[in-house]
Design a protein around this ligand. Sequence first.
Ligand code: 13P
Ligand code: SF4
Length: 327
Amino acid sequence: MLRNILKFKDHDVKRNHSNIDYAFEIQRLKKLKNAVILAHVYQSPDIQDLADYVGDSLDLSRKAANTDADTIVFSGVKFMAEVAKILSPNKEVLLPDIDAGCTLEQSCQPEEFKKFRNKHKDHLVITYINCSAEIKALSDIIVTSSNAKKIIDQIPKSQPIIFAPDKHLGAYLNKTTNRKMLLWNGTCIVHIQFSERELLGIKAEKPNALFIAHPECPEAILKHADHIGSTSSLIQFVSESNKKEFIIGTEPNVIHQMRKKNPEKIFIEVPGADGNCSCNRCPYMALNTMEKIYLNLKDSKPGIHLSDTLIREAKKPLQRMLNMTNN
Ligand code: 13P
Ligand code: SF4
């Protein structure tokens, strides 16, 4: 259903603007508007190559907080663009496709989350950055996959914690921080699709390859990993390793940066459950295209608009995250 809606929207845009050199026009409009393009490493290679900064969620939130551009075009998903707006409220923040959501964000709705939090009033609420601005405003500290362990390790062991919304990242953090955090029941549509059977088949065929995975994967996948980390940690691991072949347990667009930095190395995608679906691609990240970035800059919409109160409340746990990351 989602994929059908996407196809229709893409087709529509192409029909109206097929003669335009998008890369050229985007650069022109960027200068005109003093804009910066931030792109997540799950964006398609053409968008990554066009962007001013490419990074993981933490890198991009720092860039959004520190840029002196007037406009931020966030080529990623909505929760990431909202973070940019919360940290830079006076800037115009644009998102090429406003439907670029995230299953983790959808799994955690404010009314239910409030009830859950109220049932456990003595718990500190630590929330993964993959959530809406409303959920951030209901949280004590935000974390990303690259700083979660460092931040949780700064909380006294006696303090009970709620961790939301990703139950697999939460289970992984419980293991690595030796805690029993109470977990919300959310999952990422991409990382739960990887097939253990397919993975074991690839490992048997490529016994010298290292398997590296994002902690949003379930334990059945993570238990086979030689390295687990955020997208930037996976990229760094590949560059620092003296091995030649890597099996990639995350959204495969990340391979673009790995290949650019290590052209001589070999990267193998882990397919989803039936072995040949393209369900290892994030359908929300895939909504952004060069055409939509062009239209986004030209029309200054869609953009992120949040109330001053929401920005103020959501900024507190994000600012705590940034402070605790630097500790
Ligand atoms: P990173 O923080 O590792 O970039 O992950 C973001 C994400 O959405 C993973 O699915
Ligand atoms: Fe959300 Fe998963 Fe897509 Fe990341 S890969 S944006 S967690 S749906």
